[in-house]
Write a new protein. Structure first.
Length: 326
């Protein structure tokens, strides 16, 4: 049986202390890669091309937790792709693997030279690196791309520095995508990503109220820091068997009923089956409306009927790229 593409273990992941194994000699793209957006994809494509030319593996060096969470632990960070989703996206884009390094005081305190010697040369046995034009590294972010190029040249590593990828007049960035999702602008977010934004999570038992309304849902908890606008979305769902199913989802606090903790509740069209305990990936195609409170169950059902009609119509004409499609 072929490996499940949703299983990040299907491609090589090397953590602190691991031998580089099949990733030895890799051309490595370096970054946080939150979202794995169009700017990140340019780095990955450059690393992949260089690796193919040199007959080497293509990999990334990324950091967990996100450095911003390390330096500002009391400021919540809306992660577009927590680690599992990030590794899934990287795998689906054809890389051979990822070096995941823990971002802690030890790593933050490395000099620029030690960063190259300890991480790239000794720890990863990299043969080259690819970075963005604004990449900074080492203690106090003192290492510039010019410094990196010099250090790599002295150690026999190739070093490619790529310009920003623009969307309009502004660079594509994770912060722009976060802002778009917070506003419910899925079209903007997906355009910047270059694929539909997706989340993953285990289907949990809920109050099963959806069944009484004629809309049984798969319920998932997203990270508390998820700042997606509360509302109704047209979605596609990747099941454990690899199939993509159309649906409509609600993310929010259910103000008509309990106004509780935010939850993602997804109704799959033309589907019957038990999804409890399964890890589902849900990708967002379009925002339909904001979350509302209804005066009666009948009014809510009528609105859900209309939401489903709109979602079906949207998805029938949606050809946006997907990282989940087989």
């Amino acid at each position: 049986m072929p490996p499940d593409p949703l299983d990040a273990s299907a491609f090589a992941v090397r953590r602190d202390g691991d031998d580089p194994g099949p990733l030895a000699g890799a051309i490595v793209a370096i970054g946080n890669f939150d979202g794995v957006h169009r700017g990140h994809k340019a780095l990955l494509a450059a690393a992949g091309q260089a690796a193919r030319t040199a007959g080497r593996p293509a990999a990334v060096l990324t950091f967990e937790p996100h450095p911003r969470s390390y330096f500002r632990p009391n400021v919540p960070l809306f992660r577009l792709t927590p680690e599992a989703e990030k590794l899934l996206a990287l795998e689906r884009l054809g890389l051979d693997g990822a070096f995941v390094r823990r971002f802690d005081a030890g790593l933050a305190g490395l000099t620029a030279e030690a960063f190259v010697d300890q991480l790239l040369v000794t720890g990863m046995q990299a043969s080259g690196v690819v970075v963005g034009h604004d990449f900074r590294f080492g203690r106090d972010r003192a290492g510039t791309v010019e410094r990196l190029a010099d250090l790599c040249a002295a150690r026999g590593l190739s070093c490619a520095v790529l310009p920003a990828v623009l969307d309009g007049a502004e660079p594509v960035s994770s912060s722009r995508i976060r802002a778009a999702l917070t506003a419910g602008d899925v079209a903007e977010a997906n355009g910047l990503l270059g694929h539909r934004w997706f989340v993953t999570g285990e289907v949990r038992h809920g109050d099963k109220r959806g069944r009484t309304l004629g809309y049984p849902t798969a319920n998932q908890r997203l990270p508390e820091t998820c700042d997606l606008r509360h509302g109704i979305y047209a979605v596609r769902v990747r099941l454990a068997d690899g199939s993509l199913r159309a649906g409509v989802a609600s993310f929010g606090r259910r103000p008509t009923f309990d106004d509780g903790a935010p939850r993602l509740e997804t109704f799959l069209f033309d589907f019957a089956g038990d999804l409890y305990g399964q890890d589902l990936a849900v990708e967002f195609a379009a925002f339909i409306r904001g979350e509302e409170r209804f005066d009666s169950a009948e009014a809510l059902i009528a609105r859900m009927d209309e939401d489903s009609r709109q979602a079906r119509e949207i998805l029938a004409g949606d050809n946006a790229p997907s990282l989940l499609a087989s």
